[in-house]
Design a protein around this ligand. Structure first.
Ligand code: BES
Ligand code: MN
Ligand code: ZN
Length: 495
């Protein structure tokens, strides 16, 4: 779909950037001449605007070989950031999609400044095209075929091979993020733990990765009492899913990605009120993020070992379900007093983390829609992060800044650990109360990461969204897919 060319030839739609403080770039000057100076009039009259996130359309009326121009406002050059570029190009993608444009020529060099190189622009352009045009997979009986772009031609003086390679990376990142979105949006009667495992196995086979899906009996043998407790009330069998990507000769220096795969969270006997139960189909957002990242890894094949682990089940109520007051034994051997069956994610993840370590993980990142508390603390744009290793956290943070997926660190102090370790009957309790409960969930997981460098990402606020945004519709966002993949791609590069 992507091509790179040096010169612009006649086209259906041409996309060109406009900056407020330098509207008349060389290309715009040429165009203005072709339009006998009328482009300047349209700019003066603000029919065409260089303000950020404004897309202006102009029909050439036969003055040039191109049919339509799309001017992309980016605001002032000094305030130009990758975030502005992403948001603006996301809007552009939607505009082109709804106008059913088939062939686009993208004037790449017009987007390049001292602060933004051609590589960044190419990556973001390809990625946001896919993010911006993502459409919900629906079960409507009268649904229409989505419009498909035929060609996206990038016009640039840069090395075409280099730009083409970056476009592919952007495209892969965008598409995998959309895969995660689709998983998050899937209804829970369709996306069971079994279906999630089938999806993961298909992915592993496609990209020639090793995999292992543990069934209930094997979990029992391995003593995964925490995940099994969450599954106790369900008629759906649990799955512990593991994908192993070997990017090095030896199985050392392994990054473990552990994703919460609760396919539906009723809360169990600590039942959720009916208003907060709706939407809990998205409680496998962490698993979706990990699988999205594995798709990117499978496509781009970085030289880094990765093990992905997804503990998966739904959290249901029945005569066999686990209860508040139960004491359970996790795979690590640590015992847990269950005070709240709605704090199920940390139980499933505890065994997920222990299993990832057993499979060789030397570094751990867990991703989970873990707490309502993180939404209260940080809102819906910022992922909550915690760590036991600042140097490793820096690397994750760096990846998140590169992908414009903001995260903010919450602290772990000794007194927080005391609250999690406070149980008369067991080593730990799973719910020390509402105060700082996002932190409590992270601290609990840290007890299982132990000495292994670990970062916890709470995406309860960022994994799905109630309203459409520049980079997609309401629903699953695919949060952290690109951050995790970028971490893996760049891991060890700094040393
Ligand atoms: N899956 C929820 C967290 C959640 C809440 C995700 C809102 C997305 C949106 C998690 O399992 C949960 O129920 N957490 C409880 C923890 C509490 C019992 C300590 C919560 O946040 O209330
Ligand atoms: Mn819960
Ligand atoms: Zn949950």
């Amino acid at each position: 779909m992507f091509q790179v060319q040096k010169e612009l030839v006649s086209h259906e739609a041409v996309v060109v950037a406009l900056f407020e403080d330098e509207v008349m770039s060389s290309f715009v000057k040429e165009l203005n001449q072709a339009f006998d100076g009328h482009l300047q009039v349209l700019l003066d009259e603000k029919e065409i605007s260089p303000k950020k996130k404004v897309i202006s359309k102009l029909h050439s009326l036969g003055k040039t070989d191109t049919k339509r121009y799309y001017f992309v406002g980016l605001g002032k050059k000094e305030r130009y950031t990758t975030e502005t570029l992403r948001g603006t190009l996301g809007k552009l993608a939607k505009t082109l999609q709804s106008a059913k444009v088939k062939n686009v020529a993208f004037m790449l060099d017009s987007f390049v400044t001292d602060k933004m190189d051609a590589i960044d622009v190419a990556h973001i352009a390809a990625e946001t095209y896919f993010l911006g045009t993502y459409e919900l997979l629906t079960y409507k009986t009268d649904k229409k075929e989505a419009h498909q772009l035929e060609s996206f031609v990038v016009i640039t003086k840069e090395d075409p091979q280099e730009i083409e390679a970056v476009l592919t990376v952007g495209y892969v990142h965008g598409r995998a993020t959309n895969s995660a979105r689709t998983l998050v949006n899937m209804p829970p009667n369709m996306l069971t733990a079994t279906a999630l495992a089938d999806y993961a196995v298909e992915l592993a086979e496609k990209y020639d990765m090793d995999y292992k899906v543990l069934e209930k009996e094997e979990m029992e043998e391995l003593g995964m009492g925490a995940l099994l407790a969450v599954n106790q009330g369900s008629t759906e069998p649990p799955k512990m899913i593991a994908l192993l990507y070997k990017g090095k000769e030896e199985w050392t220096d392994v990054i473990g990605l552990v994703g919460k795969g609760i396919t539906y969270d009723t809360g169990g006997y600590s039942l959720k009120p009916r208003e907060s139960m709706v939407g809990m189909k998205g409680d496998m957002g962490g698993a979706a993020a990990v699988l999205g990242a594995m798709e990117i890894i499978g496509e781009l094949r970085p030289e880094q070992n990765v093990v992905a682990v997804i503990p998966s089940t739904d959290n249901m109520v029945s005569g066999t379900a686990f209860k508040p007051d139960d004491v359970i034994t996790s795979m690590s051997g640590k015992t847990i007093e269950v005070l709240n069956t709605d704090a199920e994610g940390r139980l499933a993840l505890a065994d997920g983390i222990t299993y990832a370590k057993k499979l060789g993980a030397n570094y751990l990142v867990d991703v989970a829609t873990l707490t309502g508390g993180v939404i209260v603390a940080l809102g819906n744009h910022t992922t909550g992060a915690m760590t036991n290793n600042e140097a490793f956290y820096e690397q994750v943070l760096e990846a998140s800044m590169e992908t414009d997926e903001p995260m903010w660190q919450l602290p772990i102090f000794e007194r927080d650990k005391e609250r999690v370790r406070n149980s008369k009957l067991a080593d730990l309790n799973n719910s020390p109360g509402r105060d700082g409960h996002a932190i409590m969930a992270g601290v609990f997981l840290g007890e299982f990461a132990e000495k292994t460098p670990w970062v916890h990402l709470d995406i309860a606020g960022t994994s799905d969204t109630k309203s459409a945004h520049d980079l997609g519709p309401s629903g699953g966002t695919g949060a952290m897919v690109r951050t995790l993949a970028t971490l893996v791609e760049s891991f060890g590069n700094e040393e």
